[in-house]
Design a protein around this ligand. Structure first.
Ligand SMILES: *Cc1c(COP(=O)(O)O)cnc(C)c1O
Length: 356
């Protein structure tokens, strides 16, 4: 597939061409079964194999032991995880670091289930940094962070040392770099940012967390039931899981170390241009810049319409900032090539040359 446009969209977002190709052929005939992936039973052997491989690959890529951790594929997006984490594990008091809109939404949901201590927040500066100082001395059921702030373009480059279980919303940077996943007790990620299509959410959960559940949780919201039923308590999103599997195979083949280096290089290219181009300014603090979502603003006195026109002429799509913050956001997920980044940089330079 020759990619028609350079897709910088924040999500749903770009995926490797190979995923689109294999997924589309499976829509016609899956594994030479004479059936479409869209019509096979979720209890069929063929799909059970897909589910099993997607679970074990995710754990393997994360370097997690399958005795210690489970991998689930659930529905309801990361937004359902905001409340599901709290419903299952917020017994008394949980700590949250508020680094943007998604963290704020997670906090709002958690408050329905217990006490929330917002131990740090970057709201004072419109979420343009990651707070580094916080007091974790209280007794908390867990600490929740958002590892990458898709909207504001900040990212944790190191993680809190907590004695309580550590939970993370990694929707927009899961498997984008090598990190120590075993620091976390629960990780969730809506697939549509860096993993696959919308409609499935990956959860990596430490099995011994289940001992801490005291509430009666409805079945669909119970991690325990989803683990017991192998992510098939009800009909799982078969096609979305299959697409995630196709992507996980590629991620495993390349390896997180190489993927991370590549993403770092890509993000440096774009941030260098943002810093050196007189028409634009970066939004987030230098040290906390996201390697996945580069946010920047147009400086006063420059014509945004003209920049948009140049981007459009060059088939660049999806670089408008989130509707809540404006400006620009170049989402540069795993599948986005250096060529696409270089093209955006070329457009930024061409725009600047109008003002010489
Ligand atoms: C997109 C996003 C969400 C929301 O995901 P849904 O799957 O739409 O619920 C939550 N957290 C982060 C960090 C995101 O980027």
């Amino acid at each position: 597939m020759n990619n028609r446009v350079h897709n910088f969209s924040a999500g749903p977002s770009i995926l490797p061409d190979q995923v689109f190709e294999k997924a589309s052929s499976a829509v016609k005939n899956f594994n030479n079964s004479g059936l479409s992936i869209l019509e096979i039973s979720h209890r069929s052997k063929d799909f059970m194999n897909v589910l099993e491989e997607s679970r074990s690959l995710a754990l393997e890529i994360a370097g997690l032991n399958s005795e210690e951790y489970s991998c689930l594929y659930l529905q309801g997006g990361a937004s359902l995880q905001f409340l599901m984490t709290a419903y299952n594990f917020l017994n008394n008091n949980a700590a949250y670091i508020n680094t943007g809109s998604w963290s704020s939404k997670a906090i709002k949901e958690a408050k329905l289930f217990g006490k929330v201590a917002e131990i740090a927040s970057s709201k004072d500066k419109n979420f343009n940094y990651i707070p580094k100082e916080y007091d974790l001395n209280g007794s908390y059921d867990y600490l929740h962070i958002t590892s990458n702030n898709t909207i504001f373009g900040t990212q944790f480059h190191s993680f809190p040392e907590s004695s309580c279980p550590l939970f993370a919303d990694m929707s927009s940077d899961i498997f984008s770099r090598e990190i120590d996943f075993s620091k976390f007790d629960l990780i969730y990620a809506g697939a549509q940012k860096n993993l696959g299509p919308a409609g499935v959410t990956m959860v990596l959960i430490k099995n011994n967390l289940l001992d801490k559940i005291t509430r009666n949780v409805p079945s669909m919201l119970s991690y325990k039931i989803h683990i017991d039923k192998d992510s098939s308590f009800n009909t799982p999103p078969v096609f979305a899981i299959y697409c995630v599997l196709l992507n996980l195979r590629l991620i495993k083949k390349e390896g997180l170390e190489s993927i991370g280096e590549n993403n770092l290089t890509k993000s440096k290219l774009i941030y260098d241009e943002i810093d050196n181009n007189k028409c634009f300014s970066g939004f987030s603090d230098y040290d906390d810049r996201s390697q996945m979502n580069a946010t920047f603003n147009l400086n006063n006195g420059y014509d945004g319409e003209l920049f948009n026109k140049i981007c459009k002429e060059n088939n660049i799509s999806g670089i408008n900032g989130h509707r809540s913050v404006g400006g620009y956001r170049a989402s540069i997920y795993n599948a986005l090539s250096t060529d696409s980044i270089n093209l955006l940089i070329k457009c930024m330079k061409e725009f600047e040359s109008n003002y010489n």
